[in-house]
Design a protein around this ligand. Structure first.
Ligand code: URA
Length: 422
């Protein structure tokens, strides 16, 4: 097989054969196809697309590049959730123990934040002692004993995706639906979950800015899951406004614990319960009542067990930022919008996120909102706080966030959080 022929086929809008796909994914993983050749192919795929058959084969080849976990020793039905990434999206934190407390087992292989969207592992690492790296044996044992585990994906899982995702990140080829769908689904299928609920984000703070593309991505992933025997459902949810009030690692953990204690912001509770119902349904437990389990405190018990099992201290105080700047309203009115993208970038600049994979993140940095859309304000009221460990980070974040929270005379029309189900 010749890599140039594969590139030319896609460049000229042809359909890649199964043999071409199997070979190019394997040869790239082994290092026989060079990064520059794979970048050319990825760009041709971004520009010319792939058929459903090509996407299915590409996904199968990415799964076959590594191991597929066997969760058959777990005595409960397994179900996972994946979000395409957003601002203030801490939903995995309350959701995983909640669904476990309702009787399913939740295997969550999560990622770190890159760019303006946060990563679940970065958030949990702000809990003193908590460990993201587990062996496959530890992962399966925790799933059996606690029913909930959130950890980093091991090196052996879809190695083709690890290599290709890093390449796409630096070659302007992330935003291709066939590549995003196969990247996400290869990891989730290889993880061994029996069912999967996708939270496909739509809006300024998401990868997908418009609903039609988000729907196409959702349909592609749902079909891929079904073809591999994983019951898959997708919700399309709003990401024009950050979720909750906290956008930053440690403060998102604190807000999630408030949800587990029966409080927390209404939108975070609404989305947690909506996703929990979908997950329990997909796991074959449609009669479970996540709202009652949340109110009864069993989800909090599962959270404490899940954190402790990975060395974390659920009672440890969370780190506090050394520098805080309050940003106040200039006039009376009503908050008309809080732009997720600008708030996400500001939090990232404050140190909550990283510019390169190897950068450290700050646990305490981020943006804490005091007002959300629809809230009345008086001149001088605090709209949001910028928090950082390093004072030198504040000016750039101040500039980025300026204008993210708009105040007008009339309340905005209420924006639904749940947009569609696929
Ligand atoms: N998340 C992934 O895992 N892969 C993508 O391609 C995009 C988001």
């Amino acid at each position: 097989m010749n890599v140039i022929d594969v590139i030319l086929t896609k460049r000229d809008r042809g359909v890649l054969s199964d043999a071409q796909i199997d070979w190019v994914v394997d040869a790239y993983t082994r290092g026989e196809v060079a990064d520059e050749q794979m970048s050319a192919l990825a760009m041709a795929i971004l520009l010319n697309g792939m058929t459903a058959g090509e996407i299915a084969r590409w996904t199968a080849a990415m799964i076959a590049s590594g191991e597929r976990l066997d969760l058959s020793s777990v005595p409960r039905p397994t179900v996972d959730k994946h979000s395409t990434g957003g601002v203030g999206d801490k939903i995995t934190l309350p959701l995983t123990p909640l669904v476990a407390a309702c009787g399913a087992a939740v295997p969550q292989l999560s990622g770190r934040g890159l760019g303006h969207t946060g990563g679940t592992l970065d958030k949990l690492e702000s809990i003193p002692g908590w460990r993201a790296q587990l062996s496959n044996a530890e992962f399966t044992a925790q799933l059996r004993d606690v029913g909930a585990v959130v950890c980093a994906a091991g090196e052996g899982l879809a190695p083709a995706d690890r290599k290709l995702y890093a390449l796409r990140d630096v070659t302007g080829t992330v935003e291709a639906i066939p590549l995003i769908a196969s990247s996400i689904m290869s990891k989730k299928i290889a993880e061994g979950t029996g069912a999967l609920v996708l939270d496909v984000k739509v809006g300024t703070g998401a990868f997908m800015k418009d609903i039609d593309r988000a729907r196409e991505l959702a349909r592609t992933m749902v079909e891929l899951g079904g073809a591999h025997g994983v019951r898959t459902v997708a919700l399309l949810t709003d990401m024009n406004t950050p979720l909750g009030y906290a956008v930053g690692n440690a403060m998102e953990v604190t807000e999630s614990v408030e949800v587990l204690a029966g409080g927390g912001p209404a939108d975070v509770v609404e989305l947690t319960l909506a996703l929990a119902r979908e997950m329990l349904d997909a796991a074959g437990l449609p009669d479970a009542d996540p709202a009652a389990v949340l109110a009864g405190g069993q989800a909090m018990d599962a959270w404490r067990a899940m954190i402790a099992a990975q060395g974390g201290d659920p009672d440890a105080p969370m780190p506090a930022a050394r520098e805080t700047e309050l940003v106040r309203a200039e006039a009376d009115g009503v908050v008309t919008a809080v732009d997720a993208y600008a708030i996400g970038v500001a939090a990232w600049r404050l140190g909550a996120g990283r510019a390169r994979k190897e950068d450290p993140v700050s646990a305490a940095a981020g943006v804490f909102l005091h007002r959300r859309p629809g809230d009345p304000v008086r001149a001088g009221d605090v709209l949001y706080e910028l928090r950082a460990d390093d004072p030198a980070r504040i000016p750039a974040a101040r500039e980025t966030a300026a204008g993210a929270v708009t105040v007008g005379a009339a309340a905005p029309a209420p924006a639904p959080l749940l947009l569609d189900r696929v």
